[in-house]
Design a binder for this molecule. Structure first.
Ligand code: ADP
Length: 259
Protein backbone atom coordinates (compact mmCIF):
# COMPACT_ATOMS: atom_id res chain seq x y z
CA UNK A 1 0.00 0.00 0.00
CA UNK A 2 1.29 3.47 -0.80
CA UNK A 3 1.81 5.92 2.06
CA UNK A 4 -1.16 8.25 2.57
CA UNK A 5 -0.78 11.63 0.90
CA UNK A 6 -0.07 14.67 3.03
CA UNK A 7 -0.39 17.08 0.12
CA UNK A 8 -2.42 20.11 1.12
CA UNK A 9 -3.60 23.03 -0.99
CA UNK A 10 -3.44 26.09 1.31
CA UNK A 11 -6.50 28.33 1.24
CA UNK A 12 -5.65 31.18 3.62
CA UNK A 13 -3.19 31.82 6.42
CA UNK A 14 -3.63 28.42 8.04
CA UNK A 15 -0.07 27.20 7.48
CA UNK A 16 1.42 30.32 9.10
CA UNK A 17 -0.99 30.15 12.04
CA UNK A 18 -0.28 26.47 12.72
CA UNK A 19 3.49 26.98 12.43
CA UNK A 20 3.45 29.88 14.92
CA UNK A 21 1.06 28.13 17.28
CA UNK A 22 3.39 25.12 17.32
CA UNK A 23 6.42 27.34 17.92
CA UNK A 24 4.65 29.08 20.81
CA UNK A 25 3.33 25.79 22.24
CA UNK A 26 -0.27 26.96 21.89
CA UNK A 27 -3.20 24.56 21.44
CA UNK A 28 -5.12 24.91 18.17
CA UNK A 29 -8.80 24.38 17.42
CA UNK A 30 -9.89 23.86 13.81
CA UNK A 31 -13.55 24.55 13.16
CA UNK A 32 -15.32 23.52 9.99
CA UNK A 33 -17.78 21.19 8.28
CA UNK A 34 -17.04 17.55 7.55
CA UNK A 35 -14.71 16.69 4.67
CA UNK A 36 -13.32 20.19 4.11
CA UNK A 37 -9.66 19.34 4.70
CA UNK A 38 -9.14 19.71 8.46
CA UNK A 39 -7.50 16.32 8.97
CA UNK A 40 -5.48 16.57 5.77
CA UNK A 41 -4.19 19.93 6.96
CA UNK A 42 -3.05 18.51 10.31
CA UNK A 43 -1.35 15.56 8.55
CA UNK A 44 0.34 18.02 6.21
CA UNK A 45 1.56 20.22 9.05
CA UNK A 46 2.89 17.28 11.06
CA UNK A 47 4.90 16.17 8.00
CA UNK A 48 6.07 19.71 7.30
CA UNK A 49 7.20 20.27 10.89
CA UNK A 50 8.63 16.75 10.98
CA UNK A 51 6.63 15.87 14.09
CA UNK A 52 4.97 12.56 14.91
CA UNK A 53 1.17 12.75 14.77
CA UNK A 54 -1.21 10.80 17.00
CA UNK A 55 -4.84 11.04 15.87
CA UNK A 56 -7.92 10.12 17.90
CA UNK A 57 -11.30 10.10 16.15
CA UNK A 58 -13.62 11.03 19.03
CA UNK A 59 -17.16 9.75 19.34
CA UNK A 60 -19.78 9.98 22.07
CA UNK A 61 -18.19 7.08 23.95
CA UNK A 62 -14.66 8.48 23.95
CA UNK A 63 -13.66 8.88 27.59
CA UNK A 64 -10.68 10.23 29.51
CA UNK A 65 -9.48 6.64 30.07
CA UNK A 66 -9.47 6.05 26.31
CA UNK A 67 -7.03 8.94 26.00
CA UNK A 68 -4.91 8.48 29.11
CA UNK A 69 -4.68 4.70 29.32
CA UNK A 70 -5.96 1.87 31.44
CA UNK A 71 -5.07 -1.24 33.36
CA UNK A 72 -5.48 -4.38 31.30
CA UNK A 73 -5.55 -7.96 32.46
CA UNK A 74 -3.03 -10.02 30.48
CA UNK A 75 -2.65 -13.69 31.35
CA UNK A 76 -3.30 -13.16 35.06
CA UNK A 77 -1.22 -9.99 35.30
CA UNK A 78 -2.51 -6.46 35.40
CA UNK A 79 -0.52 -4.21 33.10
CA UNK A 80 -0.86 -0.54 32.42
CA UNK A 81 -1.21 0.57 28.83
CA UNK A 82 -0.64 4.22 27.93
CA UNK A 83 -3.40 5.77 25.86
CA UNK A 84 -2.79 8.09 22.89
CA UNK A 85 -2.74 11.33 24.92
CA UNK A 86 -0.16 9.92 27.35
CA UNK A 87 2.02 8.70 24.49
CA UNK A 88 1.82 12.10 22.79
CA UNK A 89 2.62 13.98 26.00
CA UNK A 90 5.57 11.69 26.80
CA UNK A 91 7.09 11.77 23.31
CA UNK A 92 6.29 15.34 22.30
CA UNK A 93 4.01 14.43 19.41
CA UNK A 94 1.13 16.40 17.90
CA UNK A 95 -2.08 15.02 19.42
CA UNK A 96 -5.05 15.52 17.09
CA UNK A 97 -8.48 15.04 18.64
CA UNK A 98 -10.84 14.90 15.69
CA UNK A 99 -14.45 15.91 16.50
CA UNK A 100 -13.57 16.68 20.11
CA UNK A 101 -17.07 18.00 20.91
CA UNK A 102 -18.39 14.47 20.50
CA UNK A 103 -16.28 13.12 23.37
CA UNK A 104 -17.53 12.65 26.91
CA UNK A 105 -17.37 15.43 29.47
CA UNK A 106 -14.41 13.91 31.35
CA UNK A 107 -12.26 14.39 28.24
CA UNK A 108 -12.77 18.14 28.47
CA UNK A 109 -11.76 18.10 32.13
CA UNK A 110 -8.62 16.23 31.17
CA UNK A 111 -7.74 18.75 28.47
CA UNK A 112 -7.87 21.87 30.61
CA UNK A 113 -4.47 21.51 32.33
CA UNK A 114 -2.99 20.44 28.99
CA UNK A 115 -4.17 23.58 27.22
CA UNK A 116 -2.79 26.18 29.62
CA UNK A 117 0.69 27.10 30.86
CA UNK A 118 0.82 23.92 32.96
CA UNK A 119 0.87 21.61 29.90
CA UNK A 120 0.12 18.76 32.27
CA UNK A 121 -1.71 15.48 31.96
CA UNK A 122 -3.03 13.67 34.99
CA UNK A 123 -2.38 9.94 34.63
CA UNK A 124 -4.23 7.95 37.26
CA UNK A 125 -1.85 4.99 37.10
CA UNK A 126 0.13 6.20 40.14
CA UNK A 127 -1.58 9.53 40.50
CA UNK A 128 1.16 10.69 38.19
CA UNK A 129 1.22 14.21 36.74
CA UNK A 130 3.05 14.27 33.43
CA UNK A 131 4.49 17.46 32.07
CA UNK A 132 4.30 17.54 28.28
CA UNK A 133 7.57 17.07 26.38
CA UNK A 134 8.79 20.22 24.70
CA UNK A 135 7.31 19.80 21.22
CA UNK A 136 3.95 18.40 22.32
CA UNK A 137 1.00 20.21 20.71
CA UNK A 138 -2.71 19.69 21.14
CA UNK A 139 -4.87 20.15 18.04
CA UNK A 140 -8.62 19.58 18.09
CA UNK A 141 -11.30 19.84 15.43
CA UNK A 142 -14.99 20.36 15.66
CA UNK A 143 -17.89 20.90 13.34
CA UNK A 144 -19.93 23.87 14.54
CA UNK A 145 -22.97 23.22 12.29
CA UNK A 146 -23.25 19.53 12.98
CA UNK A 147 -26.42 18.52 14.87
CA UNK A 148 -26.53 22.00 16.30
CA UNK A 149 -27.52 22.19 19.92
CA UNK A 150 -26.76 18.58 20.76
CA UNK A 151 -23.00 18.72 21.07
CA UNK A 152 -21.35 22.11 21.34
CA UNK A 153 -17.96 22.97 22.70
CA UNK A 154 -18.28 25.06 25.85
CA UNK A 155 -17.10 28.66 25.59
CA UNK A 156 -14.77 28.09 28.54
CA UNK A 157 -13.09 25.24 26.65
CA UNK A 158 -12.97 27.04 23.30
CA UNK A 159 -11.24 30.00 24.87
CA UNK A 160 -8.28 27.82 25.73
CA UNK A 161 -7.39 27.43 22.05
CA UNK A 162 -6.15 29.52 19.16
CA UNK A 163 -8.76 28.82 16.47
CA UNK A 164 -8.92 28.53 12.68
CA UNK A 165 -12.09 28.51 10.63
CA UNK A 166 -12.21 26.13 7.65
CA UNK A 167 -14.86 25.91 4.97
CA UNK A 168 -15.20 24.23 1.58
CA UNK A 169 -12.50 25.67 -0.68
CA UNK A 170 -13.22 28.37 -3.26
CA UNK A 171 -13.97 27.05 -6.78
CA UNK A 172 -10.47 27.21 -8.28
CA UNK A 173 -8.86 25.61 -5.24
CA UNK A 174 -11.48 22.87 -5.05
CA UNK A 175 -11.02 22.07 -8.77
CA UNK A 176 -7.28 21.81 -8.16
CA UNK A 177 -7.82 19.53 -5.14
CA UNK A 178 -10.24 17.22 -6.98
CA UNK A 179 -7.81 16.95 -9.91
CA UNK A 180 -4.78 16.35 -7.75
CA UNK A 181 -6.48 13.80 -5.49
CA UNK A 182 -8.01 11.72 -8.29
CA UNK A 183 -6.05 12.45 -11.46
CA UNK A 184 -9.26 13.51 -13.20
CA UNK A 185 -9.04 16.08 -16.02
CA UNK A 186 -9.97 19.73 -15.46
CA UNK A 187 -13.23 19.68 -17.40
CA UNK A 188 -14.75 16.90 -15.30
CA UNK A 189 -13.37 18.33 -12.05
CA UNK A 190 -15.05 21.64 -12.90
CA UNK A 191 -18.35 19.88 -13.45
CA UNK A 192 -18.15 18.17 -10.07
CA UNK A 193 -17.34 21.43 -8.33
CA UNK A 194 -20.10 23.27 -10.25
CA UNK A 195 -22.57 20.61 -9.04
CA UNK A 196 -21.40 21.10 -5.46
CA UNK A 197 -21.64 24.87 -5.73
CA UNK A 198 -25.29 24.56 -6.75
CA UNK A 199 -26.15 22.07 -4.01
CA UNK A 200 -24.40 24.05 -1.26
CA UNK A 201 -26.62 27.11 -1.70
CA UNK A 202 -29.87 25.13 -1.73
CA UNK A 203 -30.92 25.19 1.92
CA UNK A 204 -34.40 23.97 0.95
CA UNK A 205 -32.93 20.52 0.19
CA UNK A 206 -32.78 20.08 3.97
CA UNK A 207 -29.53 18.08 3.94
CA UNK A 208 -28.11 17.37 7.41
CA UNK A 209 -24.69 18.16 5.97
CA UNK A 210 -23.99 19.47 2.52
CA UNK A 211 -21.64 18.02 -0.10
CA UNK A 212 -18.03 17.90 1.05
CA UNK A 213 -14.76 18.09 -0.86
CA UNK A 214 -14.22 14.50 0.31
CA UNK A 215 -17.33 13.31 -1.60
CA UNK A 216 -16.23 15.17 -4.73
CA UNK A 217 -12.85 13.44 -4.58
CA UNK A 218 -14.56 10.05 -4.21
CA UNK A 219 -16.86 10.76 -7.18
CA UNK A 220 -13.81 11.75 -9.25
CA UNK A 221 -12.01 8.57 -8.22
CA UNK A 222 -14.98 6.45 -9.34
CA UNK A 223 -15.07 8.28 -12.68
CA UNK A 224 -11.33 7.71 -13.09
CA UNK A 225 -11.84 4.02 -12.39
CA UNK A 226 -14.03 3.86 -15.48
CA UNK A 227 -17.57 4.29 -14.15
CA UNK A 228 -19.80 6.56 -16.25
CA UNK A 229 -19.91 10.00 -14.60
CA UNK A 230 -23.63 9.90 -13.83
CA UNK A 231 -23.39 6.49 -12.17
CA UNK A 232 -20.36 7.62 -10.17
CA UNK A 233 -22.13 10.78 -9.02
CA UNK A 234 -25.23 8.95 -7.89
CA UNK A 235 -23.12 6.52 -5.87
CA UNK A 236 -20.57 8.96 -4.46
CA UNK A 237 -22.65 12.13 -4.13
CA UNK A 238 -26.42 11.61 -4.17
CA UNK A 239 -26.77 8.49 -2.03
CA UNK A 240 -24.35 9.49 0.74
CA UNK A 241 -26.10 12.85 1.08
CA UNK A 242 -29.71 11.79 1.53
CA UNK A 243 -32.17 8.96 2.19
CA UNK A 244 -35.13 11.10 1.20
CA UNK A 245 -36.44 10.03 -2.23
CA UNK A 246 -37.62 13.40 -3.53
CA UNK A 247 -34.34 15.02 -2.46
CA UNK A 248 -32.34 12.23 -4.10
CA UNK A 249 -34.31 12.73 -7.31
CA UNK A 250 -33.65 16.46 -7.25
CA UNK A 251 -29.92 15.86 -6.72
CA UNK A 252 -29.88 13.22 -9.48
CA UNK A 253 -31.59 15.59 -11.91
CA UNK A 254 -28.90 18.11 -11.17
CA UNK A 255 -26.28 15.43 -11.96
CA UNK A 256 -27.96 14.79 -15.33
CA UNK A 257 -27.97 18.51 -16.08
CA UNK A 258 -24.30 18.83 -15.16
CA UNK A 259 -22.91 15.73 -16.92
P1 ADP B 1 -12.16 16.74 7.49
O1 ADP B 1 -11.06 16.35 8.40
O2 ADP B 1 -12.40 18.22 7.43
O3 ADP B 1 -13.44 15.97 7.69
P2 ADP B 1 -10.40 15.70 5.42
O4 ADP B 1 -9.17 16.45 5.78
O5 ADP B 1 -10.44 14.24 5.73
O6 ADP B 1 -11.71 16.40 6.00
O7 ADP B 1 -10.62 15.96 3.85
C1 ADP B 1 -11.26 15.06 3.02
C2 ADP B 1 -10.52 14.94 1.72
O8 ADP B 1 -10.68 16.14 0.97
C3 ADP B 1 -9.01 14.77 1.88
O9 ADP B 1 -8.68 13.40 2.00
C4 ADP B 1 -8.49 15.35 0.58
O10 ADP B 1 -8.60 14.40 -0.46
C5 ADP B 1 -9.48 16.45 0.27
N1 ADP B 1 -9.10 17.82 0.64
C6 ADP B 1 -9.94 18.75 1.21
N2 ADP B 1 -9.32 19.93 1.33
C7 ADP B 1 -8.06 19.77 0.86
C8 ADP B 1 -6.94 20.66 0.70
N3 ADP B 1 -7.01 21.96 1.04
N4 ADP B 1 -5.81 20.15 0.15
C9 ADP B 1 -5.74 18.86 -0.22
N5 ADP B 1 -6.77 17.98 -0.11
C10 ADP B 1 -7.92 18.43 0.42
Amino acid sequence: MSTPSTWFRPIGEEVAVFTRAHAQRLPLLIKGPTGCGKSRFVEHMAAKLDQPLITVACNDETSAADLVGRWLVRGGDTVWQDGPATRAVRTGAILYLDEVAEAREDVVVLLHPLTDHRRQLFVDRNDEVLRAADKFMLVASFNPGYRRGIKELKASTRQRFVALHFDYPPVEAEVEIVMSESGIEGKQARRLVAWAQKVRVQDELGLAETVSTRLLVMAAQLIMSGLPARVACRAALVQPLTDDRPTALALSDLVDLTF
